[in-house]
Ligand binder design. Sequence first.
Ligand code: GH3
Ligand code: MG
Ligand code: MG
Ligand code: MG
Length: 312
Amino acid sequence: FHKPVNVMDLVRVMDELSNRSQPEPYRVLIIDDEPDVATYHAILLQEAGMLTAQLSNPAKLRYMLEAFRPDIVLMDIYMPGCNGRDLAKLIRQLPDYVGLPIVYLSSETDRKKLFSAMQVGVEGFLCKPVVPEELIAAVSIRADRMRILRSRMVRDSLTGLLNHTAITQFLENVLANAERQHTELCFVMIDIDHFKQVNDTYGHPMGDQVLLALSRLMQQRLRGSDIVGRYGGEEFAVILSGVSMVEAWKVVDELRRNFGLFKFKTPQGTFSSTFSAGIASCTRHATLTDLREAADRVLYRAKRNGRNQVLV
Ligand code: GH3
Ligand code: MG
Ligand code: MG
Ligand code: MG
């Protein structure tokens, strides 16, 4: 996974993770040269709770994909000046959209022509005039699968937190926002202490339990607006927006104290674990690299200083 993650996707994932808002409605892009036809389909989908956008000018396709970020594209095959086959082919060539579901909505009944139009990577076909229930089912099943795939791409598989790529991308974005709005932002690097020993003594699966415990604690104790990611093996990153260094320190130090109270029971006995953390603020480190390096330096100071502590 090399492509930068779209921030819209991240926001949705964060909403899901924090359980704060209703899941966002599916977003359906409808491409048809006849506005009335497109509007009819749009209304059917809207009544089923989905968000729609219509496109009649294929030249605006790329812009529309970026701006609307559809979960699925419904398109006509025959349109003046271009055809659905070419548009579908174009979408499949964009690295960000290789997995985007595309469904034709057409009155074409010639099987050979249809098959040829689908060969560019279109997985569905609905015949016009469409049966409303069939349209809604065909769209929601595919949109749902797209959502699942997208959220998998930005998540770490063990903990469900944002993965390294996603948290980095998120940081870049909130940093730009913080600069524009002159708000504070703290970046926190957390690293579990002597984690190798945990694995060596109690086994790798027990190590995973420790990682999970810390992840859950962070998800529970941080606000929905705070962003938590698994930065690497036993390293975590937190982005705290709109808080000062002092406030950030209080939050992370409380996490540290709570984490230290956990008791992990194993056949070889009970143990507890600690972490060290370094915090850097965007007021002193304005660029992404600066901020990350600063947090990293502070973290290693905390390690050298004896571990189980949060430094700024
Ligand atoms: P320090 O206090 O200096 O951070 O020491 P440490 O032992 O925590 O650091 P070190 O970097 O030496 O070891 C990190 C260990 O984390 C090594 C690696 O095997 C383990 N690790 C990384 N990812 C995972 C994982 O997903 N699960 C488990 N169980 N262990 C992991
Ligand atoms: Mg047409
Ligand atoms: Mg480490
Ligand atoms: Mg460590």
